[in-house]
Design a binder for this molecule. Structure first.
Ligand SMILES: Cc1cc2nc3c(=O)[nH]c(=O)nc-3n(C[C@H](O)[C@H](O)[C@H](O)COP(=O)(O)OP(=O)(O)OC[C@H]3O[C@@H](n4cnc5c(N)ncnc54)[C@H](O)[C@@H]3O)c2cc1C
Length: 406
């Protein structure tokens, strides 16, 4: 059977898109290079996502949220502070509380292992999706009516549209001739979880230190996820420390915010870079998620941006079909690109500027960021727009991000 859509990449955005499209009536094949079960393994990935309220609504509309709600932690407050190298922190210069947003909490923390597992289970129950794991897309050729795809098993498939959800090194983009722009940050994110002695009360912290920002994100059962960005040589030294020395160093920086804590689970590290596709579309091809834009994790927005792509692309395709248009007609794909590209690029570059301004301790940078943050804190309009942006509620929202089905 010819598919409507083939999706390369079974990380998080690929499965979310497959579900959204199948629920809108499309036949989808989802191909993931990673073997089944690898991602669910304990110790696979220490990542936890700060899911904006709009992303949570999308997961609810897809029917996935009830399966993960028990493991998700609502963000009750966000506190930012400008740390100094010795570890003492100046008072919070920007704080937000749950009551400031009428719609509910700004977002939720959820670990990768729960989210991915719930998406895979929902896909298994969806007859319109064929899911292949441990299989790669190795070749593609766009024609006037369809795109032909060759898999690593030798099988050939064809569909109206191929979507690359295959991450920053997207082969789908490369084979379609889409070039990328970007640069390394010279920083590495050290990621681990801590078990706290005292409850975290749902407070998320962002501490700006000269080597890079440290995020403290509240998880279920009074654990927190730490995303500690450091200059890459320092990070390599810290990564190689035994657990007790690593914990001592971390506590010097954030112990005043967490209280006593123990390491729990494995430690991970991710080199940080920016990677933006020059176009999100090519003939019979669209890109979504990190394949379109890999950004700095400073404000935890990467997956949220990807889920915005998912919601917009699914809506554009469903509306095109209702109008009797070819799913991959140039004007249909252009609608998707117009909707998403400006938002994603401006957020990616905005995070880049924030990271540069905060990841150093020159007196000028300290003065500028203090001034900027005090202005946001004091003025009602920027403050409100900051909160709505963090909750993913600004801009023209696709239906799924409003919690409505397609
Ligand atoms: C330290 C850190 C912390 C983060 N914290 C947050 C956060 O708090 N909130 C947030 O919103 N985001 C966060 N992010 C960003 C988030 O992790 C990513 O944006 C998101 O995981 C990207 O998902 P994806 O599905 O687009 O790509 P990926 O997860 O990269 O998945 C790509 C998939 O494609 C598969 N693949 C590759 N090539 C092929 C091929 N040829 N054929 C078939 N399959 C293929 C791969 O096997 C993989 O499974 C963080 C990132 C980092 C590094």
């Amino acid at each position: 059977m010819e598919q409507d859509v083939i999706i390369a990449g079974g990380g998080l955005n690929g499965p979310a898109l497959a579900l959204a499209l199948a629920q809108a009536g499309f036949h989808v094949t989802l191909v993931d290079a990673r073997p089944d079960g690898a991602r669910a393994a304990e110790g696979f990935d220490g990542r936890a996502y700060a899911l904006a309220l709009a992303s949570q609504r999308l997961l609810a509309a897809l029917g996935v949220w009830p399966e993960v709600a028990r493991e998700a932690t609502a963000i009750e407050a966000i506190r930012t502070s400008d740390g100094v190298p010795q570890g003492a922190s100046v008072p919070f210069f920007l704080s937000f509380d749950r009551g400031e947003l009428d719609e509910g909490p700004m977002g939720f923390l959820l670990e990768d292992r729960y989210l991915h597992k719930a998406l895979v289970a929902a896909i298994a129950a969806e007859p319109k999706i064929r899911r292949l794991s441990g299989v790669s897309v190795v070749a593609q050729e766009a024609g006037p009516e369809a795109i032909s795809v060759t898999l690593s098993t030798g099988e050939g498939l064809s569909a109206r549209l191929l979507v690359g959800c295959d991450g920053r090194g997207s082969g789908v983009a490369g084979r379609a001739g889409i070039r990328r722009q970007g640069w390394g940050y010279g920083q590495t994110a050290l990621v681990n979880a801590l078990q706290l002695d005292a409850p975290h009360s749902g407070v998320a912290h962002q501490v700006f230190l000269p080597g890079g920002p440290v995020a403290i994100l509240p998880l279920s059962r009074d654990r927190v996820s730490i995303v500690w960005s450091e200059e890459e040589r320092a990070a390599a030294r810290i990564r190689d420390l035994p657990d007790s020395d690593y914990l001592d160093l971390l506590m010097e920086k954030i112990g005043h915010l967490t209280g006593p804590a123990q390491l729990t689970g494995d430690r991970f590290s991710y080199p940080l870079s920016l990677s933006l596709a020059e176009s999100y579309i090519a003939p019979r091809v669209a890109l979504a998620g990190d394949a379109a834009h890999g950004i700095h994790p400073i404000a935890g927005q990467g997956l949220n941006l990807g889920l915005r792509d998912v919601a917009a692309l699914a809506e554009v395709l469903a509306d095109a079909r209702a109008r009797g248009e070819d799913l991959a007609a140039g004007n249909v794909l252009e609608r998707y690109q117009t909707w998403r590209r400006f938002d994603a690029t401006s957020l990616a570059l905005g995070m880049d500027v924030v990271n540069r301004l905060f990841s150093n301790h020159s007196p000028l940078a300290r003065g500028l960021r203090g001034l900027g943050m005090r202005a946001v804190a004091a003025l009602d309009a920027p403050r409100r727009s900051f909160i709505r942006e963090a909750a993913g509620l600004s801009g023209e929202l696709p239906r799924l991000l409003q919690g409505r089905r397609l």
